[in-house]
Unconditional design. Structure first.
Lengths: 263, 437
């Protein structure tokens, strides 16, 4: 690593008697999954370069409870939620950004009912705001003219009606944004949602991620862009399954922007 | 004797409407077997949704071909039914075309009904071809075999016959055809020549027969609704009104669980305290749903409203890749089980006798429930705001919280969350290690 990432924790901010602008909720995938950790780092590089005063919870962060809730384990979900809310309320958190649409959805929609009221944004929305405010600049760089298709994460798109922020960012790269035949509100799931990520699929005639990857490959993309660590895994596996990893890359929007800036 | 037909008409009307009312009451009772759900919020948005989605058909046109023909049938059916008012007055009071004194206005009205009747006929034929000749995939799924397939076709035949009778009844009405100032026979004038050779008497008999079968057919069709998927023509309105207004990703937080969790988190709670003596103590809440009575009444209203169009199933990623899950089947199973429970209640003097069956396993299998990715494609696709996902989640809650019957891998995942705050077995203390990797 050429330069050290600045990743202050909430505890450190607290010790200095300061409040960060925003809490970066890293999430389990972003913390532990090797592929997703790269997305986390790319996003942190962008936050550092835009001089955003952010903090992470670090070892005080715990699973939001999303996969437990979607599995039907309301007890475990609420235990996780209430514990996380105690930590965040103690730090007087106002605004949260996360690169995981599942964390995003749960924090934004399901925590308020349990006493956790925060402004929650997805990292693509946050990056777009940074660009609009002029705190971050983006030039096409290596992605100029590249064919990029965006796979809508269900928990960002249909679940929360965020369709444009990630697309606006891709357009900023001067890339050619190509849409799959089922996109936005009709986008096909990657197959990971509803806790499917953690189990084998039921008997069928195809895996969902293969179906979705085929739809993506129909657009003849050079890059399949994702906005969710789980979609990323599923689409990456799909591309490998189709033996196209040589000419098609699966990348998170944060990685696209960071790479365009040579960060 | 002169009043015989008036009396027969009045009796038919009373029986037709009376039996329908009886069934609507039964329907309402069955829906109320569901759990309470507060939907009194945000009235203005709810009215707006009903106006846009049900009345305005805004989601039907997402699929333009079906949407277009559906609007033809919908508009046609509503407007042509204005004519039923005249038929009822004529039938009760022995008049003939009582509104015809309106002259050209009447002519204009009837001519527009005739045009619509012809359009409805064409649209219904198109629907029949889509189901029976083209065999669109979504009408061919496993759950559409037998009664559901016949039901769909019966409805189409009903509509074809009713539209034909309406036109024939006009075509064979000599006074109506000859009263040129009305110009109401815009379509039926081309049918009239078919009856050229008929004597005045037999023409009159054909006209009367068509008139009678038409109105009796409408009454029969009205009563067919309760036994059919076609109830959506009525229930689509309340269903869109009571539809979900929250973001689709927001799943409800179970209140009974919240109570328990808050108690566990409360440092002042006495863990050894005996439960308060209370005569009216409620039975402990059952978590999730294993049968229709555990679902909310909105879920049950959804089930009766579903017209089995299959848009949900055709968008479902699990179904597209050959898994057993079909959101449409979830709704049909819920309705069929609810009907079974309703009949059980009728047979046992108003009380449900355990029949050893339930929605879970006897209708909906675990395999179907665990195949769902909770992606909301089904709820997005439904043209009338039905939510199969909510039923799936309630049933998963039952499986996990009452039966501990999650697939093994999911149990491992949940154990990890419990032990180390992540779905994988990594130490929570390592959560920030990525920054130095």
């Amino acid at each position: 690593m050429s330069e050290q990432l600045k990743v202050p924790t909430m505890a450190e901010f607290m010790a200095q008697g300061k409040q960060p602008e925003v809490l970066f909720w890293v999430g389990c995938a972003g913390s532990f999954d090797d592929r997703a950790k790269k997305i986390t780092k790319a996003f942190v590089k962008l936050l550092n370069s835009a001089n955003v005063e952010f903090a992470v919870l670090g070892t005080e962060e715990s699973c939001t409870g999303d996969p437990a809730k979607r599995s039907g384990n309301e007890f475990l979900f609420q235990m996780q939620a209430v514990t996380n809310i105690e930590v965040m309320n103690a730090y007087e958190i106002k605004k949260i950004v996360t690169a995981c649409p599942h964390c995003f959805n749960t924090l934004k929609n399901e925590y308020p009912g349990l006493g956790g009221n925060y402004e929650v944004v997805h990292h693509t929305q946050f990056l777009k705001d940074l660009l609009n405010e002029g705190r971050l600049t983006v030039e096409g760089g290596q992605f100029k003219g590249k064919r990029i298709t965006f796979h809508d994460p269900c928990y960002l798109g249909r679940a929360n009606n965020v369709y444009e922020a990630p697309r606006d960012l891709i357009r900023k790269l001067d890339a050619e944004l190509v849409e799959m035949k089922s996109c936005k509100s009709r986008g096909l799931c990657c197959g990971a949602g509803g806790a499917q990520m953690f189990k084998e699929p039921e008997q069928g005639n195809k895996d969902i991620n293969i179906e979705r990857t085929e739809q993506a490959l129909e657009t003849k993309p050079q890059i399949i862009a994702a906005g969710c660590p789980f979609c990323n895994t599923m689409m990456t596996d799909g591309v490998k399954g189709k033996e196209r990893e040589g000419d098609v890359a699966v990348m998170d929007i944060a990685e696209l922007i960071a790479n365009a800036q040579d960060l | 004797m002169n009043y015989l037909s008036n009396i027969i008409f009045a009796i038919s009307l009373i029986i037709g409407i009376g039996y329908f009312t009886r069934n609507v009451k039964k329907l309402w009772r069955n829906i109320k077997l569901g759990q309470d759900k507060d939907v009194s919020d945000n009235k203005s948005q709810r009215w707006k949704n009903m106006a846009m989605i049900a009345l305005g058909q805004s989601k039907m046109v997402k699929r333009p071909v079906a949407g277009f023909f559906h609007i033809v049938v919908y508009v046609g059916f509503i407007i042509i039914n204005i004519e039923v008012l005249e038929i009822i007055i004529d039938g009760l009071f022995g008049t003939h075309r009582v509104f015809s004194s309106m002259g050209t206005v009447y002519g204009f009205l009837i001519s527009s009904f005739e045009v619509l009747a012809a359009l409805v006929f064409v649209a219904v034929v198109v629907f029949w071809i889509r189901r029976n000749i083209i065999k669109l995939k979504r009408f061919m799924s496993a759950e559409m075999k037998g009664w559901p397939k016949n039901d769909g076709n019966f409805i189409l035949y009903f509509e074809m016959v009713l539209m034909t009778l309406f036109l024939v009844m006009n075509a064979t009405d000599a006074t109506f055809q000859n009263a040129e100032l009305y110009s109401g026979n815009i379509i039926s004038q081309y049918l009239a020549p078919l009856f050229d050779g008929f004597s005045e008497t037999s023409l009159h008999i054909v006209e009367r027969t068509a008139w009678w079968i038409h109105i009796l057919g409408i009454l029969v069709f009205l009563n067919y609704l309760y036994f059919s998927k076609h109830l959506h023509i009525l229930l689509a309105f309340p269903n869109t009104f009571y539809g979900n207004l929250n973001p689709k990703g927001q799943f409800s937080n179970n209140e009974a669980v919240t109570k328990e969790v808050m108690l566990m988190m409360d440092p002042d709670a006495d863990p050894f305290a005996a439960p308060a003596e209370d005569e009216n103590e409620e039975t402990p809440a059952k978590f999730g749903a294993s049968d229709v009575q555990d679902l909310s009444w909105v879920n049950l209203l959804n089930a009766y409203t579903c017209t089995e169009c299959g848009r949900c199933t055709s968008e479902c990623p699990a179904n597209q890749t050959g898994k057993k899950l079909s959101p449409r089947k979830i709704m049909m199973d819920t309705r069929d089980r609810l009907e079974e429970v309703g009949k059980n209640i009728d047979a046992n003097k108003g009380e449900f006798k355990d029949d050893g069956k339930q929605l879970l396993n006897d209708y909906i299998t675990k395999e179907e429930l665990w195949a769902c990715t909770s992606c909301n494609a089904c709820t997005e696709a439904c043209p009338i705001s039905i939510d199969p996902l909510n039923i799936i989640m309630e049933m998963r809650r039952y499986l996990v919280m009452e039966e501990s019957a999650a697939p093994m891998e999911l149990n491992n995942m949940m154990t990890n969350i419990e032990n180390n705050g992540a779905p994988w077995p990594y130490n929570q203390m390592d959560r920030l290690n990525w920054k130095d990797d």
